[in-house]
Write a protein that binds this ligand. Structure first.
Ligand code: EPZ
Length: 431
């Protein structure tokens, strides 16, 4: 693996945060991890090299590079994290459990390998901390495209004689990964495919644009009906991934929780409607400028907000934990309902250890803000939960120590550096 990709071993590290600073300043948005990982999978659709830029330097990205490497695919990374992927060197069609289990998105190499080479053996991803996360819709849609699927020893053995065939498939419910997976599989199918009841997240649109640059004929992305006219072959291309809307929202929420003022440069406000509306409800002044998004809380304590997570353009589940941390120190009581994943409240028990006032009732958390949280040793349980605990640490009295920050390193690039630039007192310490 190129030396630039060596990340320190976060299993052995913790974050120490000394609470109390009001965040002020500017930072640059990173590229969207959830777009980039999909483009890595889509690169398997072409024999020509593709180049992807604005890729964040994260553990999920290095895991994806490792997976492609295990298939024999050549990946070249330069100093600026421009990634060139050359899939014509592919020599294996097996994605092993050891890699797929570390990151569910890697399951999505199945569709592209199958569409291009007619065969793929990919480990089932299994559940994860936030829920069981089945892939039934992925498999149902692949079958509708003519795939023969057998399950053996926890692996999906998929094959197709000749080519996949265009079809009309209606998702039972909105699934981001399902929409992306079947879109990638259908681009090389014979004839037209119509997918209905699709998810509409910006990362899906970004992936569709990437596929179209590779020569695909995809339209309707960003709506709930996506139409794909199959093409004979895909080509090389260059694409810059969109800004990471979850990362941007995280810094805006962190600044709002501390009463601060930040500008996130490169942020794409058009992807953040529901979150910006909630931040305004919490009392923040939001200014969309040429460079990105500015938030000014004018040193005020936020007001608690009610929210319900929903597929895009609703309030994203990936920003629920961060808003919970904000509500924990807000004025008043806010109700948070989680509708996407069945187990995405694991940050609650840690926030309670810091003195938060939260009552759980099924998939609803009723959060009554306290004046100040109190520092405590706490443990991250998943990616977004981990960053919500960092926000809690920023607004707590004393030194908070966050354990298991390897979850955070999957999705947040240079988090301590970025927060320190905004005035936070935060450092990585040995575990
Ligand atoms: C994507 O996961 C994101 N991951 C998640 O981001 C995000 O939380 C999620 O979409 C929802 O927005 C990536 O983009 C890599 P889904 P995905 O399929 O595609 C159920 C983060 O923190 N379902 O939309 O796996 C599923 O269990 C992460 O960055 C089925 O039942 O999400 C869930 O309850 C975590 N059967 C719901 O649908 C299926 O076949 C939505 O899942 C597929 C999904």
């Amino acid at each position: 693996m190129p030396s630039i990709l060596l990340l320190s071993d976060p299993v052995l590290e913790k974050l120490r945060i000394s609470g109390g600073a009001t965040l002020h300043g500017e930072l640059n948005a990173s590229g969207a991890k959830n777009s980039a990982v999909l483009m890595f999978a889509a690169s398997l659709l072409s024999k020509e090299p593709v180049t992807i830029s604005n890729v964040p330097h994260l553990r999920d990205i290095t895991n994806m590079i490792e997976l492609l490497g295990s298939l024999g695919v050549e990946v070249v990374v330069d100093d600026s994290m421009n990634i060139e992927i050359h899939a014509n060197t592919i020599s294996s069609f097996v994605a092993e459990y050891d890699i797929v289990k570390t990151m569910r998105a890697s399951f999505l190499v199945l569709g592209p390998m199958l569409a291009h080479y007619g065969k793929a053996i990919v480990s089932l991803p299994g559940g994860c901390a936030i829920g069981t996360r089945p892939v039934d819709q992925h498999l149902k849609g692949l079958r509708a495209l003519g795939t023969k699927i057998e399950m053996k020893d926890g692996y999906v053995h998929a094959s197709v004689e000749n080519k996949l065939k265009g079809t009309h498939f209606i998702f039972d419910f909105s699934t981001v990964g399902g929409t992306e997976h079947l879109m990638m599989a259908a681009v090389l199918a014979e004839g037209q495919t119509v997918h209905e009841n699709c998810a509409m997240e910006p990362e899906i649109t970004d992936l569709a644009e990437f596929l179209n640059k590779m020569g695909a004929k995809v339209r309707g992305q960003g709506t709930n009906t996506i139409i794909i006219d199959g093409v004979e072959e895909m080509h090389g291309c260059h694409h810059r991934v969109i800004a990471d809307r979850v990362e941007v929202a995280t810094y805006l929420i962190a600044a709002a929780a501390t009463g601060g003022k930040v500008k996130v440069k490169g942020a794409q406000p058009e992807h953040l409607g529901a979150v910006l509306a909630k931040l305004q409800e919490a009392g923040a002044e939001i200014n969309i400028c040429d460079e990105g998004i500015e938030l000014d809380m004018k040193n005020k304590r936020p007001k608690a907000v009610d929210l319900v997570t929903a597929p895009y353009p609703g309030f994203p589940t990936d920003m629920q934990a961060q808003m919970m941390a904000l509500n924990a120190v807000a004025e008043g009581t806010g109700t948070i309902q989680e509708n996407i994943f069945e187990n995405r409240f694991m940050h609650v028990s840690e926030l309670l250890r810091m003195g938060a006032n939260i009552k759980l009732d099924g998939n609803t958390a009723i959060v009554t803000g306290v004046e100040k949280l109190k520092a405590a040793p706490i443990m991250a349980t998943d990616l977004r939960a981990s960053i919500s605990l960092v926000i809690a640490g920023l607004v707590a009295e004393g030194d908070t120590l966050v354990d298991r920050i390897y979850h955070m390193d999957r999705g947040y690039e240079q988090v301590e550096e970025k927060l320190r630039m905004l005035g936070a007192d935060i450092e990585r310490v040995p575990g």
